[in-house]
Design a binder for this molecule. Structure first.
Ligand code: SAM
Length: 211
């Protein structure tokens, strides 16, 4: 399987043609080997236009959704980012390429361990992964310039708001179990909320998520 070619095609057909235009996001996604974050049985499908199974009944998000969420954070390179829902670690690796420091929380130990393993193999050192309930944020590492939640919440978890910097941004899917709206919350004095598109994510399970 020619993964480099599959990656180039993914960038053109799934991202650029759908309007992803942040050069830094495109460059990072063209460089990070997505196949490494997918279990061996699914590796041939790593660049498909779809989510893939990663174990523990969880998924690695569709490439377009990873790009869209990342682009919406408008990262410049000096930010501290909190990611809730490490999953495979693929989104984590993309964030690490675009920000100064990434803190990522995953509730499944096995997923956190395998994500850490791949991140280490790729020599990505500006990431700290923790096992825990990310709906509560990570108060000892706060404040965060950007927060990305890669699981669906019934409503905005309030601890995340409290852990954001004054001009910070949060991207998060909010809605019912079956479908949600991808929202970007930005503090500009008052909150500015942009609804980007309909999505379907696995649930955010936790104290400030689904019980
Ligand atoms: N961005 C990930 C990737 O690229 O592989 C996909 C993440 S997957 C769609 C959502 C992840 O959120 C799952 O791994 C799930 O276990 C995790 N999750 C759900 N609720 C959580 C919580 N309260 N705290 C931390 N992780 C949580």
């Amino acid at each position: 399987m020619d993964f480099a070619r599959a990656r180039t095609e993914m960038i053109r057909e799934q991202l650029i043609l759908r309007g992803i235009n942040d050069e830094r996001v495109l460059e990072a996604m063209n460089r990070i080997p997505r196949e490494k974050f997918v279990p061996p049985d699914y590796r041939a499908y790593a660049y498909d236009d779809a989510p893939q199974h990663i174990g523990e009944a969880q998924t690695i998000s569709q490439p377009y959704i990873v790009a869209l969420m990342t682009q919406s954070l408008k990262l410049k390179g000096d930010e501290t980012v909190l990611e809730v829902g490490t999953g495979s670690g693929y989104q984590t690796a993309i964030l690490a390429a675009l920000a100064n420091q990434v803190y990522s929380i995953e509730r499944h130990q096995a997923l956190a361990d395998s994500a850490r393993e791949v991140l280490d193999e790729l020599e990505i050192t500006n990431v700290e992964v923790m096992v825990g309930d990310g709906s509560l944020g990570w108060s000892v590492r706060a404040p965060f310039d950007s927060i990305i939640v890669t699981a669906a919440a019934p409503a905005m978890p309030m601890p995340l708001i409290d852990q954001l910097t004054e001009s910070g941004r949060i991207v998060i899917p909010i809605g019912a179990h079956s479908d949600q709206m991808l929202e970007v919350w930005e503090r500009r004095g008052a909150w500015h909320i942009e609804k980007i598109c309909a999505v379907r994510f696995v649930p955010l399970i936790g104290e400030c998520g689904w019980k």
